[in-house]
Design a protein around this ligand. Structure first.
Ligand SMILES: *[C@@H]1O[C@H](CO)[C@@H](O)[C@H](O)[C@H]1NC(C)=O
Ligand SMILES: *[C@@H]1O[C@H](CO)[C@@H](O)[C@H](O)[C@H]1NC(C)=O
Ligand SMILES: *[C@@H]1O[C@H](CO)[C@@H](O)[C@H](O)[C@H]1NC(C)=O
Length: 398
């Protein structure tokens, strides 16, 4: 009997230790967050185990299960929702039903999911697009793109760019009744990375006459050079996106070869010939004091140029848009950036705010003090607030 109780206690304690995640004091709904994190962590660990056993790449397994969270394109009383293709890229389009005398605003939305999961049909994204179209009385295009691990950079960038250019053509804008002077591009997380990159590219594309009026970037991932930023240090073990996973996700964007991940995990992947790019991610000069405090900037250790020559994508501005120089940034449209305090990607967004302001671009920066990565959905109160702030900004500025 005594032994059984002891065993029970030990198993219980081990279980609690495994499921318990230390959270910052200002966390809202801590138990909900902790149980979500416990599910995510358990799912991830099982998938990684399956990967170790040689069953399949963990991202492929992940996508199989997540496909059950997709919803068909369903029109409702306000919106006509259809799936179609733009330049052969699958997109979901939301068009308000009510007749309008004037042209409508257009939002081109790019979903997140670490470049390896998610889709326009994913219920959280479908919900967000509906809310956006309904509240702004706007046409929303939610684009898909090819995913990791079957496809690596620049496939994702190219799909999104081709889809966006298709949308910006005169015929398509006319077909959907969209005002060419009131178009916004937005995205969250990896989708915000793609949004940032395509908007930079678009500004200098002579072939595209219609430019966007605003860009809205929610918890964007923007740089690949320094994985030792204060936000990487502070949030290395916080829920949703920990440092290990982020480094794996970044490296998988370029290759499934784990040697890049290994170099990135110890922050020794930047070759010495790219040293001049470090100024663009220099957090000791680009972060305001409140994000820097208590941290000491370490000189980087340079990595092998063989690795960088093999996977040049990680030094490409289309993958790491924070690497654009000031001239390239100077003619970007009005920008909204939303960052979360407890997000490993926080400093990517904060540094972009500084860089854009230095280049003379008007920026609104919303910082969520008790926010975590990746909750642009109304599953948690903080996610609903993020969603609201983002839509309000579009409503006032687009
Ligand atoms: C980063 O910024 C600090 C402070 O402005 C400066 O001393 C340092 O030389 C910079 N480093 C790089 C690599 O630009
Ligand atoms: C900025 O980058 C562009 C594109 O790579 C290049 O043409 C330009 O010379 C650069 N400007 C400066 C000031 O470095
Ligand atoms: C989607 O939106 C509806 C209505 O706003 C809400 O009731 C539902 O919980 C949302 N679903 C998700 C997954 O966020």
């Amino acid at each position: 009997m005594g032994r059984k109780v002891l065993l029970f206690l030990i198993v219980g304690l081990l279980g609690a230790w495994y499921l318990y995640t230390p959270l910052p004091a200002n966390t809202e709904q801590p138990w909900t967050l902790m149980s979500m994190e416990a599910c995510l962590k358990t799912g991830l660990n099982l998938m990684l185990l399956a990967e170790q056993l040689g069953i399949s790449h963990f991202m492929t397994i992940n996508n199989f299960f997540l496909s059950f969270l997709e919803t068909p394109p369903t029109s409702d009383e306000y919106l006509t929702v259809v799936d179609t293709t733009f330049h052969n890229i699958p997109v979901r389009v939301y068009v308000p039903k009510q007749k309008s005398k004037t042209l409508r605003r257009g939002i081109f939305f790019i979903h997140g999911g670490g470049w390896f999961f998610g889709s326009a049909a994913f219920s959280d994204f479908d919900n967000l697009s509906r809310q956006t179209a309904h509240r702004l009385d706007a046409v929303v295009i939610s684009t898909n793109y090819r995913l990791v691990p079957q496809h690596h950079f620049p496939a994702q960038f190219e799909d999104v760019y081709n889809s966006l250019r298709w949308f910006l053509s005169q015929d398509v804008l006319q077909e959907y009744g969209v005002d060419p002077k009131r178009i916004g591009v937005s995205g969250d997380s990896a989708g915000a990375n793609l949004a940032t990159a395509v908007v930079q590219q678009l500004q200098h594309d002579q072939d595209v006459k219609v430019k966007v009026k605003v860009q809205a970037l929610i918890v964007p991932a923007l740089q690949t050079l320094d994985f030792d930023l204060p936000s990487y240090r502070e949030n290395a073990h916080y829920p949703v996106l920990n440092r290990w996973l982020m480094v794996r996700v970044w490296s998988e964007y370029f290759t499934t070869d784990r040697s890049l991940e290994k170099a990135m995990s110890i922050n020794q992947h930047v070759p010495v010939h790219s040293a001049h790019l470090l100024q663009f991610v220099n957090w000791s000069s680009l972060l305001p004091e409140r994000f820097r405090k208590g941290h000491i900037h370490k000189k980087p250790t340079f990595g092998s140029s063989a690795l960088a020559n093999k996977y040049p994508g990680f030094l490409d501005v289309r993958a790491a848009p924070l690497l654009a120089n000031d001239t390239q940034l100077s003619d970007l449209p009005q920008t909204y950036v939303l960052t979360c305090q407890h997000d490993i990607l926080r400093d990517d967004g904060v540094m972009y705010v500084t860089r854009l302001r230095n280049a003379g671009v008007p920026v609104t920066h919303d910082h969520i003090e008790n926010g975590f990565h990746g909750f642009i959905s109304d599953r948690l109160k903080v996610g609903a607030r993020i969603q609201n702030q983002y839509i309000n900004w579009l409503s006032e500025n687009l």
